[in-house]
Ligand binder design. Structure first.
Ligand code: PLP
Length: 394
């Protein structure tokens, strides 16, 4: 492929797609570890990992080798056939799964993982109502969108959405009041991501477990964003609570599209053949990338590292005590800084200084870095962040 001028790349991006995304004004063309390069050769410290996807950073050698090897052997294999790579991946994933989760439905994205969980809950319980949390984000296909709270995503589709009630996140009484014998499932993020990085208060997930059990409703944890990055394999493990269904995607295959819906044996046994499916789901390429990702996380101890480095990062941000910072929240390498101003100008200033982070709502700046982050890189990031805040204040 011949090198294209940056202007042409940016123009194609803007003009050949519908204007659905706020653009950041640079073209990323290459990555290695925690670093990304743009088309002008500028280097960036990546504290966003493509919205939490590149958990082992970019071009990780073990993942790359697994992808290349699998691509040279078999890219696709419909689920009506078994496959060696898929079998190995499923075994590895279930070996680390929270207690009681024994089977996996494979798809290609986060919203598909949620869509499957909701369909399974509707199919198994025969009930219709979904209870979700305010500020919750679960994806934007029509099923998942019913659970997503934010008005700007929902407004135009209201009449098309399944029945859902949104309760204040963290409030046990409100949850208990909303869940009844018409409730198919409660769906929660153990730490809300898009909504601004809000960890569930202690005891809330356990209360959700108890409330759903009593009402005969299912409990779904959406760990599409929290999976692998909160200092545990799964965020619900900090609380020792297992759901009936668990959704994964983002970090699971280090950048190759994948979604997974884990479930109990009991739910699996109630799902009739044909009730759901996916042509690409469980393809050997994604499974090879997922297997290499899980093995590398395990063999090289990255989950424990993310707990340490995340605690250090959080502490450094808290110690800033900058007048424009309202709150610092998070766990492991899922961190949000709520600002007293809009996040966009701060993000732009950081980008110009070579550090990429993300927004989560308009006033919260979010860090979802690869787990490979070092203390020196945290120091650099916090320094750049502090300078960007100072510049915003002037
Ligand atoms: C990103 C996200 C989704 C949707 O994932 P997509 O791959 O973008 O469809 C669902 N739930 C949570 C918690 C997410 O963070």
């Amino acid at each position: 492929m011949t090198a294209r001028p940056t202007d042409a790349v940016l123009a194609a991006d803007q003009q050949l797609q519908p204007p659905l995304y706020a653009k950041r004004g640079i073209a990323l063309v290459r990555g290695e570890g925690v670093w990304l390069w743009d088309s002008e050769g500028r280097r960036y410290l990546d504290l966003m990992s493509n919205y939490g996807v590149n958990i082992l950073g970019h071009a990780h050698p073990r993942v790359t080798v697994a992808i290349v090897e699998q691509a040279g052997r078999l890219l696709n294999c419909h689920q009506s056939f078994a496959n060696d790579t898929r079998a190995a991946f499923l075994e590895q994933l279930l070996a680390i799964a929270p207690a009681g989760l024994r089977r996996v439905f494979l798809s290609n994205s986060g919203t598909e993982a949620v869509e499957a969980a909701l369909k399974f809950a509707w199919a198994v319980t025969g009930r219709r109502k979904i209870v979700a949390a305010r500020r919750g984000y679960h994806g934007r296909t029509l099923g998942a969108l019913a659970a997503t709270a934010e008005k700007k995503y929902r407004d135009r589709f209201i009449g098309l959405l399944a029945e859902a009630e949104h309760v204040p996140f963290g409030d046990r009484d409100a949850l208990a009041a909303a869940v009844d014998t018409a409730t198919a499932a409660v769906i929660l993020e153990p730490i809300q991501g898009e909504g601004g990085i809000f960890p569930a208060p202690p005891g809330y997930l356990a209360a959700a477990r108890e409330i759903t059990r009593q009402a005969g409703a299912l409990l779904i944890f959406d760990e599409v964003q929290t999976g692998f990055r909160t200092g545990a394999w799964f965020a619900c493990q900090h609380d020792g609570v297992s759901p009936d269904l668990l959704c994964l995607a983002k970090g699971l295959a280090n950048g190759v599209p994948i979604g997974a819906t884990l479930m109990t044996e009991e739910i699996a046994s109630c799902l009739p053949s044909g009730v759901h499916g996916s042509t690409f789901g469980g393809n050997p390429l994604a499974c090879a990338a997922g297997l290499a990702t899980l093995q590398t996380l395990h063999d090289e101890g990255w989950i424990a590292h993310s707990a340490d480095i995340g605690a250090y990062f959080l502490e450094q941000l808290q110690q800033l005590r900058h007048p424009l910072v309202r709150a610092v929240r998070g766990r492991g390498l899922m961190i949000g800084v709520e600002l007293k101003l809009r996040a966009t100008p701060v993000l732009r200033a950081m980008q110009e200084s070579g550090v990429l982070a993300l927004p989560a709502t308009t006033t919260t700046l979010r860090f979802l870095p690869p787990l490979l982050l070092t203390r020196e890189q945290v120091d650099m990031a916090v320094d750049v962040f502090a300078h960007a805040l100072d510049a915003a204040q002037d």
